[in-house]
Design a protein around this ligand. Structure first.
Ligand SMILES: NC(=O)c1ccc[n+]([C@@H]2O[C@H](COP(=O)([O-])OP(=O)(O)OC[C@H]3O[C@@H](n4cnc5c(N)ncnc54)[C@H](OP(=O)(O)O)[C@@H]3O)[C@@H](O)[C@H]2O)c1
Length: 464
């Protein structure tokens, strides 16, 4: 039997620490020994709630289940765990010496049987190290972030596109030192487009767990309701905190209609995640005459944002535009916005539209100082969208790809991190601002940005 005992003190209210840790699936954010953790029982954590963990040890993935045994608000979280040949009893004890500070004691008693039991003395020191790193991670996850910085190595990494591409895989995410998402945004109202699968769904789950109310905008009433149920089960937020709005977002007039519906239902919103996006193998046009990739990846976020801005005048309101690292390879093509010239290439059309959305993000940041705007790249994540639109890439790369939650991490982090003053307009990847152009000839200057905005204004006017 091995007993691990570590103590830490964090500058947070005890209620927030308890709330974060009681959902033990957050262990994937603070315990480096946990590769993945899922809450298997829908609803808020309570005695009996089960969690499935995948531990990461010596390059091996080891499954384990945990069950919450006891929860005493702001005082105790007790769990039992089982894996093949071992079991665990974990107790997280909290106390608050004074408001704003919490002392956390983490005790784990591990028992081994069979071959693992015989080898126990060999891995005892290693396990002690694992326990210490878990509590260090817990401390970081519960420490409120300071303003992020862009180091010279980060810039260099992005200037060399190949190493940056490596960091787009799961490895890049796993190498991030801080993965905690513990800044609660209780009752803030966030609009998420494309929440029915992939990154949008994962974003909804993460934001709802942090207390947000959600307005989901997408296609198909049943699929939206399914997404709402998934988010509720994941977060325990309560289904009544999620509203669904149906819209075919590749049509500007639908974007306007749904924006008006949202503003009527919620006159003050705190944020918008323009996540819905798609890549098409063949060129096609919407009934409004826009090339399809341009319509969903650029015109839709433009129109939705523009229409929702009047409802976003609350202090600290944010817009997050989900773009793609693919834009690094493409310039803005103001001369051929609809991709009429040359042979159509879906990846190029998609990347051009995302490049334009990055430029539009910078434009809004300059012209709308009372709202913060960010564009972000999620890395390469295995989502239904990637499997459908890039099947060969998906097959070849699948074992290296992030999962949706890893891809959504920076979206949730941008939506919840308070200390982002002065960063409006920037492009983010893995919680750091990055350069927007690394390939010669792809940077967008102020004149091109202005022309792009004129083009978008005209496109919007035509659709009204
Ligand atoms: N996964 C990656 O590796 C990756 C990398 C870089 C950037 N991104 C970006 O991340 C975002 C999410 O992508 P994903 O990988 O999560 O893809 P996904 O699984 O296909 O999800 C895309 C979401 O957008 C919705 N959507 C697409 N077209 C729509 C339309 N015309 N009207 C309304 N909703 C529409 C989809 O709804 P339907 O199911 O109804 O189509 C779905 O909910 C996209 O902007 C994508 O460009 C992803």
């Amino acid at each position: 039997m091995i007993r691990l005992h570590e103590v830490t003190t964090v500058e947070r209210e005890v209620g927030e620490c308890f709330r974060y840790l009681a959902d033990f699936s957050t262990a994937e954010q603070w315990d480096p020994g946990v590769y993945r953790a899922e809450k298997r029982t829908p609803g808020p954590p309570a005695p009996g709630t089960k969690f499935a963990l995948t531990l990461s040890a010596g390059g091996r993935r080891i499954p384990m289940t945990y069950q919450l045994e006891e929860l005493v608000p702001n005082e105790l979280i007790a769990l039992t765990g089982d894996g093949e040949g071992f079991s665990a009893r974990d107790r997280i004890t909290l106390e608050s010496p004074f408001p704003g500070r919490t002392r956390i004691a983490y005790e784990a008693v591990l028992a081994f049987s069979g071959a693992a039991g015989r080898a126990e003395p060999l891995f005892r020191p290693w396990l002690k190290g694992v326990g210490r790193k878990a509590v260090e991670g817990m401390t970081r996850a519960l420490t409120l972030g300071t303003a992020p910085s862009r180091g010279p190595l980060d810039n260099l990494g992005h200037r060399l596109v190949l190493p940056a591409a490596w960091s787009f895989t799961e490895r890049g995410y796993l190498a991030m030192p801080d993965k905690g998402l513990s800044e609660f945004i209780d009752d803030r109202i966030w609009v998420i487009t494309g929440p029915t699968s992939g990154l949008g769904l994962a974003t909804g789950c993460l934001l709802a767990r942090l207390g947000a109310r959600l307005l989901l905008v997408g296609r198909g009433g049943d699929r939206l309701r399914e997404a709402a149920a998934t988010i509720d089960a994941f977060s325990g937020c309560g289904r009544e905190r999620i509203q669904c709005f149906e819209a075919e977002l590749s049509l500007a007039r639908e974007c306007r209609r749904v924006a008006a519906e949202i503003a009527a239902a919620q006159p003050a919103i705190d944020g918008l995640v323009n996540n819905a996006g798609a890549l098409f193998a063949e060129r096609g046009e919407t009934e409004e005459g826009h090339e399809r990739a341009l319509a969903i990846n650029l015109v839709a976020p433009w129109v939705l944002t523009r229409e929702l801005l009047p409802a976003m005048r609350r202090r600290g309101a944010r817009v997050i535009n989900v773009v793609s690292g693919g834009m690094y390879l493409q310039p803005l093509r103001l001369d051929d916005m609809q991709f009429r010239v040359g042979r159509y290439d879906g990846s190029v059309a998609y990347a051009r539209a995302k490049r334009a959305l990055v430029a539009v993000t910078e434009h809004w940041a300059e012209t709308t100082p009372d709202v913060d705007f960010y564009s972000m790249h999620p890395g390469w994540a295995a989502t239904p969208g990637v499997a459908r639109s890039l099947p060969a890439f998906d097959r070849r790369m699948r074992r290296w790809l992030r999962d949706s939650r890893m891809g959504a991490d920076t979206i949730a982090w941008l939506a919840t991190t308070a200390a982002l003053a002065g960063h409006s307009g920037e492009f983010w990847f893995d919680r750091k601002p990055r350069p927007t152009a690394v390939v010669p000839g792809t940077a967008v200057d102020a004149r091109q940005r202005a022309e792009l905005v004129t083009w978008l204004e005209a496109a919007q006017a035509r659709a009204s």
